[in-house]
Design a protein around this ligand. Structure first.
Ligand SMILES: Cc1cc2nc3c(=O)[nH]c(=O)nc-3n(C[C@H](O)[C@H](O)[C@H](O)COP(=O)(O)OP(=O)(O)OC[C@H]3O[C@@H](n4cnc5c(N)ncnc54)[C@H](O)[C@@H]3O)c2cc1C
Length: 517
């Protein structure tokens, strides 16, 4: 007799979403996690005494509130903070900033006042355009996905088909320039839009195929408004972990799975790094496909064409994060002085224009550190004081395009150069910023690879390229949650619908198990 009904590998938020769904339905569940706490890339940890930092993900960008009910965690006191503006995107002093007011009237007022009526029309037109894709994903979000090509071919009319083709195969700028045709106007708005497209892809703004990532960012959540759980992003996983335990499930931390126990094409359980063997009727993997199949299953147990497909998955990505503690908030000057209003300062983004982002992409492709990197500077304790001691602040800067192929022995030197550049961008407009930094730690894709086992450090668990989404996620022919190994399922961001803090792959993976239980 097996030790458990189900073992879930990884206590990332998706693994926990799967575990709690199974436990809620009466299965005996064990979740095994290699690190010392829950959340994976969406964890909040005390990196500096008395301060809490979001280790990776920092905001709910693509989250649907209905998940709280579907997972049955309504009574766990999860509090979502909704700031009155999601972001302040800035560039050159002559370019008006783009503010992501969550109140739609206030947003329109800002656009009219600072960017003119064309910007209101442009964003409204783009939202309408994206709605076509939202209707498609809404029908397919809670299931093993249909073929994307089939759905496009069966679009109700030629116009819808044309829109979907452009969203799936076009570049972000193909789409954006339909609504913002002038490269010299609305530069921060255009920069902000295309930055979402390069997130989770190995592309620049004009690379074909990344409009899909932009559409994903704008349609996966209820709205593209940023929210953060009180206590940090990790609070969501902590609630999920508590609900697993309340429903009789177990979570074992510092328990790294070394390999899966497989006989005659059927999974029987897992073997931990310490040699312990634990059996279960089903196993769900909340880690990426490369790590699951080539790391834990082993090529010998898999059909060779499947192995090739796993080896073909693109994971390449480079980025840097600087986690800091601040003795005081940056006091912005010049064209950013207005941001000193606390709720505007909490999330600053330096994205001057698509052309600027393209320059960064080109330098990154050549293995160079972008000379003027785009960056996101979050100060979450401004909207959630529970993250820092009174009068002090947390700050994290994220910047994409940290070179990927770095000459041996140069990783630390490169990361310090890039960190100084992105800190310099904030300091340029907030002269007190450098002196306000009390502590800092710099991490790159290497940290996420080593700590959470992400293949190539890829936070998308497989880039969001059209050939790696929908029915082709995690690999073509095995879209969804089942695998070629009997009773082994996938339940992490590696599968449909994809990355981000959504809980959906975890919930869907568990539902797939329950459908045949
Ligand atoms: C820097 C950064 C910024 C991001 N920003 C955002 C954001 O603001 N908003 C957003 O929505 N998304 C963001 N993301 C993406 C988001 O965090 C991820 O897509 C999401 O958290 C993935 O969740 P998961 O549960 O599928 O996987 P993971 O979080 O990767 O969880 C997998 C877990 O499995 C564990 N594990 C791995 N191997 C083993 C093993 N052999 N045995 C046992 N355990 C194992 C890992 O330690 C980990 O805890 C960001 C990611 C990063 C890295």
């Amino acid at each position: 007799m097996a030790d458990y009904d189900a073992i879930v590998v990884g206590a990332g938020h998706n693994g926990l979403a799967a575990a709690t769904t199974l436990a809620k339905n009466g299965l005996s569940v064990l979740c095994v996690e290699k690190t010392y706490g829950p959340g994976g890339q969406a964890a909040t940890r005390e990196l500096f005494e008395g301060f809490k930092h979001n280790v990776g993900a920092w905001a709910l960008l693509v989250f649907r509130d209905e998940m709280i009910k579907l997972l049955g965690i309504e009574d766990y006191g999860l509090e979502l903070i909704r700031p009155h503006s999601s972001y302040t995107v800035f560039g050159a002093p002559e370019d008006p900033c783009f503010l992501g007011y969550t109140d739609k009237e206030k947003l329109v007022e800002h656009l009219m006042q600072d960017h003119g009526p064309e910007a209101v029309e442009g964003l409204a037109g783009l939202a309408d355009y994206m709605q076509t894709y939202r209707e498609l994903i809404d029908k397919e979000i809670f299931k093993s996905p249909s073929s994307l090509e089939g759905l496009i071919a069966n679009a109700p009319d030629a116009k819808t088909r044309e829109i979907l083709m452009k969203i799936v195969y076009g570049s972000a700028m193909d789409v954006i320039r339909q609504f913002f045709p002038d490269p010299n106007k609305h530069r921060c708005i255009q920069g902000s839009l295309c930055a979402s497209a390069v997130d989770g892809t190995h592309t620049g703004p004009f690379t074909a195929g990344n409009a899909l990532s932009m559409a994903y960012h704008y349609t996966m959540g209820d709205e593209y408004d940023f929210r953060t759980p009180k206590g940090g992003i990790g609070a969501l996983s902590e609630v999920l972990a508590k609900s697993v335990e309340d429903r009789g499930g177990n979570i074992q931390y510092k328990a790294r799975v070394k390999r899966f126990l497989i006989e005659n094409g059927k999974i029987l359980g897992v073997e931990l790094k310490n040699g312990e063997k634990i059996t279960a009727k089903v196993v769900l993997s909340g880690i990426d496909a490369h790590a699951t199949f080539l790391g834990l299953v082993g090529e010998d147990h898999l059909p060779s064409d499947f192995v090739h497909r796993v080896k073909d998955i693109e994971y390449k990505t480079g980025y840097i994060q600087i986690h800091m503690t601040l003795s005081e908030l940056p006091e912005f000057t010049g064209h950013l002085a207005f941001a000193n209003d606390a709720n505007l300062r909490w999330d600053m983004a330096y994205i001057p224009s698509p052309e600027h982002l393209t320059r960064c992409w080109q330098q990154y492709q050549r293995g160079q550190i972008p000379d003027d990197p785009v960056s996101y500077c979050g100060m979450p304790s401004v909207i959630d004081p529970s993250l820092a001691p009174e009068g002090k602040y947390t700050c994290t800067i994220f910047s994409p395009y940290f070179p990927y192929d770095i000459p041996k022995g140069k990783h630390k030197e490169y990361s310090h150069i890039m960190a100084d550049r992105v800190i310099g961008q904030i300091a340029k407009y907030a002269p007190n910023f450098r002196d306000a930094i009390m502590d800092r730690v710099i991490v790159t894709q290497k940290y996420f690879e080593n700590t959470f086992g992400l293949t190539e450090g890829d936070f998308a668990s497989g880039l969001m390229h059209p050939g790696q989404m929908w029915d082709k996620r995690p690999v073509p022919g095995w879209g969804g949650y089942k695998t070629p190994i009997e009773n082994l399922y996938m339940c992490g961001a590696a599968c449909h619908p994809g990355p981000g803090v959504t809980c959906i792959p975890g919930y869907n993976g568990a539902r797939e198990v329950l459908n045949t239980w």
